[in-house]
Design a protein around this ligand. Structure first.
Ligand code: HEM
Length: 340
């Protein structure tokens, strides 16, 4: 997704493939969460309880949604049957269908390229080049997973023990891809507003509204980008990230916001390790989330602007780039600047 975003490979006609990609990313995370919850150990059980509480905070339908998932109050009799069916059947099948659509669109639309010639599709053959490359990527991924499974202690549920309502393991953090959600809950304001007299629990804003806003922003990004650039033509040629410093700024700010929230997910452990009050870290991360992210975005945009002005690869836009041509005498003459 990062590669696609910063080179603007999501532009027309690939907006739908971007949407399909985002959906696969979300479903992969849900598949991870449902799988991680199946052992019902003390850590994942705590995660499920937090997820159920967040679901219950949704105004008017929250209680019903949580009941539906559990078949009663948490942990309900139907919960693990539902998680299991989602994890081993519905989610993988849905991802499989989306992936087929994704690759089908790719074959139909052809791949973008850096070669600045939209009249020709330039790239490598699927066989043997691409096929062998993807097989190597598969082999490398399997090797890393085997090494992790063999030598690294991951999710030692035998140490956590079974889930019990009255215990919470400490430290308790979710899997890395859910860290930003946990961080948002920890930084969220402890306020309970009322809408039409109906109390809205504090976790609703960081637990439901923030992820929904983030999802809406990311999935509609190709159309937001089109509004900002006022460009609606077909794009098959990629741009170096530095060609659009503002996009680099936005992307960097969003990634920084995600990193700050993920860091906030283990504020208690950091506080203990650094011997500082956890409240101080909460205040720090609450400030870094908006201001640190914006600052990171502005710095990245400025660096991209500087890069663009320094290296104008195609010698078209930047009047500060000069060229010298070798002359017959072996010397160099400065080339006349190209008229715009
Ligand atoms: C299960 C995860 C995914 C798989 C297996 C997958 C697979 C692929 C493959 C093999 C390509 C062609 C080669 C390449 O550009 O890398 C591709 C292109 C593309 N993918 Fe994905 N992808 C996944 C997730 C995503 C995500 C999360 C996004 C964006 C949010 C995305 C958006 C795109 C787009 C727009 C293209 C066309 C790129 C171009 O023509 O330059 N994909 N995908």
């Amino acid at each position: 997704m990062g590669r696609i975003f910063f080179t603007a490979a999501f532009r027309k006609p690939r907006e739908i493939n971007w949407v399909v990609g985002v959906l696969m990313l979300v479903l992969a995370s849900v598949t991870g969460f449902t799988g991680y919850s199946l052992p019902n150990d003390a850590l994942s059980g705590t995660g499920l309880r937090i997820a159920t509480s967040v679901a219950m905070s949704i105004p008017f339908i929250g209680g019903w949604a949580a009941d539906f998932l559990n078949g009663g109050s948490y942990p309900g009799p139907l919960l693990f049957g539902r998680l299991y069916t989602l994890h081993v059947y519905f989610l993988p099948v849905t991802i499989g269908i989306l992936l087929s659509l994704h690759l089908g669109l790719l074959v139909y639309q052809k791949h973008t390229q850096f070669v600045p010639d939209a009249t020709r599709v330039v790239g490598r053959r699927f066989w043997p080049d691409y096929a062998l490359r993807t097989l190597c990527a598969l082999a490398a991924t399997v090797a890393i997973l085997l090494a992790l499974g063999s030598f690294i202690e991951i999710n030692p549920i035998e140490l956590y023990g079974p889930y019990q309502d009255w215990t919470v393991p400490n430290p308790a953090v979710p899997d890395w891809y859910a860290g930003w959600l946990e961080g948002a809950l920890r930084l969220g304001p402890a306020v309970e507003w009322r809408i039409f007299g109906h109390p809205i629990p504090a976790v609703f804003w960081p637990g439901v509204v923030l992820p929904l806003l983030a999802f809406a922003l990311v999935i509609t990004w190709p159309w937001i980008d089109k509004r900002i650039t006022r460009e609606d033509r077909r794009h098959d040629v990629l741009v170096p990230a530095s060609a659009a410093p503002w996009r680099v700024g936005v992307g960097t700010a969003l990634i920084s916001a995600g990193v700050v929230l993920t860091l906030a997910a283990s504020d208690d452990q950091q506080a203990r390790a650094m011997h500082v009050p956890v409240e101080a870290l909460v205040t720090l991360y609450r400030a870094l989330f908006p201001f640190g992210s914006i600052a990171a975005g502005l710095i990245a945009a400025e660096l991209a602007r500087e890069l663009r002005s320094r290296y104008d690869r195609y010698g078209t836009e930047n009047e500060r780039v000069v060229a010298f041509v070798r002359n017959a005498g072996g010397g160099f003459d400065e080339e006349e600047p190209k008229s715009a």
